[in-house]
Every structure is written in structure tokens, then in C-alpha cells.
Design a protein around this ligand. Structure first.
Ligand code: ARG
Length: 656
């Protein structure tokens, strides 16, 4: 049940005919900030003071008079300058939680469905897939699951980057540097070696000529800083503010110059210290242009290039699929960028015909209101761009899927691209289609820099998954721990538990952080049984289930009819209340598409379950009624937590 909307609807009723927009004011019913004052609070009276020309306390009193919540709440209380505090009746909580337990959807209703397309994961194949792509995959998958569960019609589409410039690099690398034996043995590993090799040489050739200038900039920045430092002592205090600012600026410039020089030196050093690499770099000058030429040939439909692309693509996809399989992620469609290529010509022509696009300096551009730079859809040399494909993709999706909403789960560095794309879509006439960029921050390593897997390939990602599983194994299946808990587990069960906990940990670490912020990837912390981790929540599920097993009581439909909930202790009541807020949490997590809302709800429930478990005896409760009531609470907690985790793409285990 949706408690919050139920209460808001009652306030709306009470306000209607009295104020304009009663529904808007009713939104000011929220969870109580301080649970000592109630379960919910309404801050409606104060903001209405001016409009109604009444004292907030009088407004609140009048509102409470009109308000009809007697079936849900105890008598509302007015507090402070005009807050209305609400406390749900215990009978109400008990009755509805019991009803939820009798329902396989835990009382969660079906919404009036919208059609969503969710565009997520979308790695650039044959390029190292990085944790950022895991983030998109995991967030997109969670949104997919939650929206579907609520009753929406969802189409998941993996917009693979399968047509990009990486193929030019790989084709060039394959033609000139391939090790046939290695390719025969492990084609994907060889292809990614070739990709990295070409990239490394390109980086070297770009960096080398910039070195001298970079040295110069560092030297000048150093001089400027020391001059300013020397002047420091001689200056009168009046000038010192400006002087300090100058010094700070000089310091900043020096650091930036140092950093640039450092990164150039690294790129140059990596090649110059390896004679074979240096030799390759020298015998393949201007490698970047050569690779670009290969890409252009592929895009123009050159037979041999296409044949190589067709040979490489399935290999790369198979590899990515192993990661999806392990993560339990599936897509309805995987229309990569290449799928849309035959449509691009027509898209650009249509844009020209309708006058939406114009030619400017040989390129075809869309000039969009609110943007300085135009969106280029065809370059002077005839090449199409990422944006062109995205416009074609919207057209295709509208025609075939008729979506109300399209969500793009893509990292924040592409926000400029998406604002332009959305403006273009509106200009083209898709003004009823909702388009959202579900942007997310960077995954950081312990050094605060973007996290990199050691090998920088999909293999690197898989190793990461292995590592999480291994750590989970150590944390959860530690023989001493199991012995202490009195759990005997076969080897197979241990491996299963480690996999569910380890993979869940990677997902949960991602999902529990507000998606727009960066977060630090820390495998060791992720699998801990304490703190805000999925392992903790999974552990609470296992504990609840273990009590149910030990009790020997069958909680089937007949039992639900005959058992009652007694919410005597605060810990019992709080748990019941939180469990009943499940549907609200689901809705809130898709309101602005933050799976972290659901994650923190589940963590809250898990903590409350621990408190309940700590404070209330279950198996040796004072009476058979109380035993049954508490078993029901355990049952409800286990179901809400496991259903919630499942909607985040995370599994649970029977025991741990
Ligand atoms: N392949 C892109 C990348 O890895 C992401 C694609 C996102 N989806 C889209 N329709 N543009 O950066």
C-alpha cells in the first residue's frame, strides 16, 4: 500500500473547496522528521498563512477538523507554529501488513502503465569495458526491474558502441601487428592487445612533439612562482591579499604544468623504454591518421574492412556477454550503433528537407535554441556522428516501441550531448516524449582517481567480479564464523553463497550511493557483514528465515488467516511501519530514478529488523500468540528485504 499517497489524498479532500491546488499543498505531508512526534507530519498551515490570511495555528486546527483520517491515524496533534503530527493506529498497521503478507506482490499495486525504453550498459565493444559500464549496467538493470514490478511496460535496449573508431585501430593493428598464433588461441585477448598497442603508439606520437613545450611551461611556471615568493617578504600588508592570490594562482599553474608534463613523459617513456615498441612507432608514423583511414573505409562499406568487422564483433560481444551472464543482466534488444547506420543518410536528408538542419561550412548542422555550438549531424567529409545515430535511434524507437519515456543511463560526462539531443528531439517534434539523462558519477580508486582494473580489459572486469566473490567467501564462509553460528555448509553451498554475496556487493555498492556522486570502489568494505552493505541485508534475511525454520511453524495462507499481529513493543511497531512503507519506497526510487532510495530503505528495514531481533524474543516469546505474531514479522521482513534486493538485481541465500 502507498501510505504517503493515502494520507495526502485525505489532506487533499480536507483542503478542497478551501484552497486552490489542494493536491499541491497535500504534497507537504512527509515522513516525520523526528519519530518521537509521530510517523508523518504535515507542514501545510504555515505556507498558507498569507493566502488564507489566518494564523497558522488556526489553519491547522481547522484542517484537523476537516480531516478524515480516523480509520488510519490516532487523533492528529498540532505542534509548534502549526505542524500537524500523525501517528498511525496499531490496528491499521497490523491489518494492512497482514494483508500485504497474503499477497504475492506484498500489497504493491499496479500503476497505470507507461511505456519506457531504458538505454543502458552500452559499452564500446572491443575497447576495455570499465567499471563505469558496470555502473550503467547495474543502475539501468535496477530501474528496469523496479519499473516493471510497478507495472510499467519496459523495453531494455543495449545501445552497444559497435561502430566506433576503435574498429579502425583494431583493423589497422590486425593488418600490421597481429600474432597469428595468439589470435588462434585467444582471439579476444589478442584483439585487445592490438587495440592497446595501437592506442599506445598513437598516444606516444601525439605526446612526443609536445614535450619540449611542456618543459618550457614548467620552467616558466617555476620562475614565476619563485619571483612571487621572493617578493613576499618585502611587501606591505596592504598588497598582501592580491599577492597571496597571485601566488596561489602561480602555484596552481605550476601544478597543472607539472601534471601535463608528467602524463606526456609517461606516454613517451612507455614506448621509448621498450625497443620493440619504439621500432613499431618509428616504422608506422602518423598512426592516428592511418587508423582513421581504416575507420573511414569501414564506414564507407569497404568489403575487406566489413569482413574483418564481422569477424571481430561477435568475439567481442561474446566476451561482454559473459559479464552480463554473471551479473544476471538481460536485454530485450541489443541494437548497437551499427544497426542504425543504414538509416543515417535518410535522417539527415529529412532534417535538411524540413529546414531543421542547414549546411554550414560544408557540415550539416542543427542550430538549437539555448546552445552556442550547433549539433553537427554530418561532417564536411560526409561522416556521420554519435549524435546522428542517437537521433536515428529516437526515431526508430518511437516508430517501433511507442515509448512515453526514454531513459539514458550514461555517465555525467555526456550531459552536454544529451541536453543537445533532447533539444533536437523537441525541435524535430517529439514534444510529448519524455527524455531523461540518468547521469552518474565516476567510480574512484583509493587514490581518488578514476578506478582502473589492472588489465584494463573485460578480463579485468571479470577478475574484479572474481575478487569480490573471493572476498565474500573469506568474509562469510570463514570456518570459525560458520562454526560459531552453528552452520554446516557443503563446499558447493559455500561457493554459491560467496557468489551471491560477492556479486551482490558490487551491485549494491554502486546502487547505494547517490548515482550523481562519485564513489570509491573498495572491495573489502563492500562485502562486510556490518554497515551499509548488501551482505548485511542478506544476512538479516538469512537470520529471519533461519528463525522461521527453527520454529517449525508453517506460515501458509491458513496460518495468515488465523494469526494476528500484536505490535506491543516499539521495536515491533517500528518494524511493521517500515515494512508497510515498501511501496512508497519503490515509487520514490523511480520518481527521479534514484535506486539509492530503495537501497537506503532496505538498509533501514534491515537495521530495524536487527533492533527488533535484539529487543524482542521470538522463539521464546511469552505466549503462543506473541510467538506467532513475531514470526509473522520475521516473515514479512524476509519477504520485503528479499523482494527489494531482487529489484536491485541482488539475490539472497537461505543461510549465511
Ligand atoms: N557507447 C557509449 C559510451 O560508452 C554510451 C552510449 C549511450 N547511449 C546512447 N544512446 N548514446 O560512451
Amino acid at each position: 500500500m502507498q501510505l504517503l499517497s493515502l494520507l495526502r489524498a485525505r489532506f487533499e479532500q480536507a483542503l478542497s473547496g478551501w484552497v486552490d491546488d489542494p493536491a499541491v499543498h497535500a504534497q507537504r505531508v512527509t515522513l516525520a522528521r523526528d519519530p518521537r512526534h509521530g510517523d508523518y507530519q504535515a507542514n501545510i498551515a504555515m505556507p498558507l498563512q498569507k493566502t488564507l490570511e489566518m494564523k497558522p495555528l488556526d489553519i491547522a486546527a481547522r484542517l484537523v477538523e476537516k480531516l478524515n483520517v480516523a480509520d488510519i491515524c490516532q487523533t492528529p496533534e498540532i505542534a509548534g507554529p502549526g505542524f500537524i503530527n500523525l501517528r498511525l493506529k496499531d490496528e491499521f498497521l497490523a491489518e494492512h501488513l497482514l494483508a500485504a503478507l497474503g499477497d504475492e506482490r506484498l500489497g504493491v499495486g499496479h500503476v497505470s502503465p507507461l511505456t519506457y525504453v531504458i538505454d543502458y550498459s552500452a559499452p564500446n565493444v572491443a575497447k576495455p569495458m570499465h567499471v563505469g559500464h558496470i555502473r550503467s549496467t547495474v543502475i539501468g538493470d535496477a530501474l528496469n526491474r523496479i519499473l516493471r514490478f510497478l507495472g510499467h511496460h519496459v523495453i531494455s535496449d543495449n545501445h552497444l558502441g559497435d561502430w566506433g573508431t576503435q574498429f579502425g585501430m583494431i583493423i589497422y593493428g590486425y593488418k600490421h601487428f597481429v600474432d597469428p598464433a595468439a589470435y588462434a588461441r585467444q582471439p579476444v585477448a589478442e584483439l585487445s592487445r592490438l587495440y592497446r598497442l595501437v592506442q599506445q603508439i598513437i598516444a606516444y606520437q601525439a605526446a612526443k612533439p609536445k614535450m619540449a613545450a611542456a618543459y618550457d611551461v614548467v620552467r616558466r611556471a617555476k620562475e614565476k612562482k619563485s619571483e612571487l615568493q621572493a617578493a613576499t617578504t618585502e611587501l606591505a600588508s596592504k598588497q598582501s591579499a592580491k599577492h597571496k592570490a597571485d601566488l596561489k594562482q602561480a602555484d596552481k599553474e605550476l601544478r597543472a604544468a607539472d601534471e601535463l608534463l608528467h602524463s606526456l613523459t609517461e606516454k613517451v617513456g612507455a614506448v621509448e623504454q621498450a625497443p620493440e615498441l619504439l621500432q613499431l612507432a618509428q616504422s608506422h608514423p602518423e598512426l592516428e591518421q592511418c587508423a582513421q583511414l581504416e575507420t573511414a573505409k569501414l564506414h564507407e562499406g569497404d568489403r575487406d574492412s566489413l569482413a574483418l568487422w564481422e569477424q571481430f564483433l561477435p568475439l567481442a560481444i561474446t566476451e561482454i556477454e559473459t559479464v552480463y551472464r554473471r551479473l544476471g543482466v538481460e536485454f530485450d534488444f541489443t541494437y548497437g550503433e551499427s544497426f542504425y547506420q543504414p538509416m543515417l543518410e535518410g535522417v539527415v536528408e529529412e532534417l535538411l528537407r524540413s529546414g531543421m538542419a542547414v549546411e554550414s561550412e560544408g557540415a550539416i548542422c542543427l542550430f538549437l535554441e539555448g546552445f552556442d555550438a550547433p549539433m553537427i549531424v554530418r561532417k564536411r567529409d560526409g561522416a556521420f556522428l554519435y549524435a546522428t545515430t542517437d537521433i536515428a535511434t529516437i526515431e526508430y524507437r518511437v516508430e517501433h516501441f511507442h515509448p512515453d519515456v526514454i531513459l539514458y543511463v550514461v555517465d555525467h560526462r555526456q550531459s552536454e550531448h544529451f541536453s543537445k539531443l533532447f533539444a533536437a528531439a523537441r525541435a524535430i517534434g517529439y514534444d510529448r516524449l519524455e527524455l531523461h539523462h540518468i547521469s552518474f558519477g565516476t567510480v574512484l580508486g583509493s587514490d581518488g582517481k578514476p578506478f582502473k582494473t589492472r588489465s584494463g580489459t573485460v578480463v579485468g572486469l571479470e577478475t574484479l567480479l572474481d575478487e569480490a566473490v573471493e572476498r565474500a567467501y573469506q568474509a562469510v564462509c570463514d570456518p570459525q564464523r560458520l562454526q560459531k553460528a552453528g552452520i554446516e555448509m557443503s563446499h558447493d553451498e559455500q561457493r554459491h553463497v560467496a557468489a551471491v554475496v560477492g556479486l551482490g556487493a558490487i551491485k549494491y555498492a554502486d546502487l547505494s550511493h547517490n548515482r550523481t556522486s562519485d564513489y570509491e570502489f573498495n572491495i573489502e568494505k563492500m562485502v562486510q557483514l556490518e554497515g551499509n552493505t548488501s551482505a548485511y541485508i542478506q544476512y538479516m534475511v538469512a537470520r529471519a528465515n533461519s528463525i522461521l525454520r527453527k520454529s517449525g511453524v508453517e506460515l501458509d495462507a491458513a496460518a495468515l488467516d488465523n494469526f494476528a499481529l500484536h505490535l506491543q513493543q516499539p521495536a515491533e511497531r517500528d518494524l511493521a511501519l517500515q515494512l508497510l512503507q515498501f511501496e512508497d519506497a519503490l515509487h520514490q526510487s523511480v520518481e527521479e530514478y534514484y535506486p539509492s532510495v530503495l537501497a537506503s530503505y532496505l538498509f533501514g528495514v534491515a537495521k530495524q529488523f536487527a533492533t527488533f531481533f535484539d529487543q524482542c524474543h521470538v522463539l521464546n516469546a511469552d505466549s503462543p500468540e506473541l510467538l506467532r505474531s513475531r514470526l509473522l514479522l520475521c516473515h514479512a521482513a524476509a519477504r520485503v528485504l528479499s523482494q527489494g534486493l531482487r529489484l536491485l538485481g541482488i539475490g539472497v541465500v537461505e543461510r549465511m
